[in-house]
Design a protein around this ligand. Sequence first.
Ligand code: MN
Ligand code: MN
Length: 466
Amino acid sequence: MADKKSPAREFLEAKKNGFDRISDKDRGEMYKFADAYRVYIDRSKTERETVDTSIELAKAHGFVEYKRGMKLAAGDKVYVNNRGKALMLATIGKRSPAEGVRIAGAHVDCPRLDLKTSPLYEDTEIAYFKTHYYGGIKKFYWLNMPLELHGVVAKKDGTVVKVAFGADPSEPVLVISDILIHLSGEQMKKPLAEAIPGENLNVILGTEPAQDDDGSDRVKLAVMNILHEKYGIVEADLHSAELSLVPAMNSRDVGFDRSLIGAYGHDDRVCGYDALRALLDLSGAPEQTSVVLLCDKEEVGSTGVSGMHSACFDTFMEDICDSFGVPLRVCYENSVCLSNDVAAAYDPTWSGPFERHNSAFLNYGMGITKYTGSRGKSGASDAAAELVARVRAILDDADVVWQMAPLGAVDAGGGGTIAGIMANRNIDTIDSGVPVLGMHSPWEIISKLDLYMTYKGIKAFFESTK
Ligand code: MN
Ligand code: MN
């Protein structure tokens, strides 16, 4: 056999399963990393909780809250908490922001069922909350399965009550009922998208009537009494609340070999964790300022004050630039962004909507997605060929196992990320992230190898000068 492999042979080998390519050191690190990620995601069931968990980690790594006017210097580590729902962090680099910064942006909101703003009612002596689903869900997932209630209730006196009901195993859970199969004749004839009306996603809260009252709605009253006792809130406070039902399931290792992780919210807290850890694990000041964004509202279009369209990001970047006397537009045009969002992993059981030659596979590493969109690339953010080449070089130099990761077959569907929003700011942007099986289900599946390699890839991106 020849000492040096031909380029054609090298390309074939680059297409191998990551387990046949990683070093023993990476294999060991990968399992430790996966355990730490599981702790993070189990504590982060909403975007607010994810921001809290992330700030705690960042502070432990020397990050401080940025205050406008702070004079920044290489090696400084700062963060801005955007209203408790999104987080921006930066480690200041040795070079001026005029030479651009390196941004890794992920989103930490996930599909779920939000409570309506007047949610509480009683019907046939059962108390319920009305819900309004958030993001793209298949509604059947959410029936007859245990649910926790997470979020905040803001009171008129300015206090904000945090709720994580069901998170403690000693607490009960909540549930939405489906119609029994014996009486499902009509439902079973309907297409999946129509079989469960959104207005039927009503969650059961209790059934025991209040004993010290002889008026109407005694079950509802009894539930409100419990909420008052436990959280100090009255029914009107639910108007100014953000409460969400999430699956009452923590993460678990999956498979006899423990190679996978099942959890609620991999999309996209997995990339959020990878990006955050990549930033926290940088030793010393990087050449270019490294920025991590954990953003909100991606699942509903990134609009609003905490979404990626918000000027909150531009303000943060302008504050950093001001500290060095650099115009924001000069920084942007020299910056690069990895839009870190999950990819669709090829599923052999549901292979129909995939195209095998252009798919991401479990255990083949960090996914790089040149463009998204649907049909004729409608709505796509398409990274330039030159940018793809730069990223390839960075990842190969750092021994990152990676793969190209397009989203499904042509005409099968489509999707988007924050990439287009960043690119519209005149920042070169490319999508990349962890492949997921069963994306947007209540318990998504990822591989530990891909989780670790995406972290390694983002860290290499921050450390590189390419
Ligand atoms: Mn999503
Ligand atoms: Mn996503």
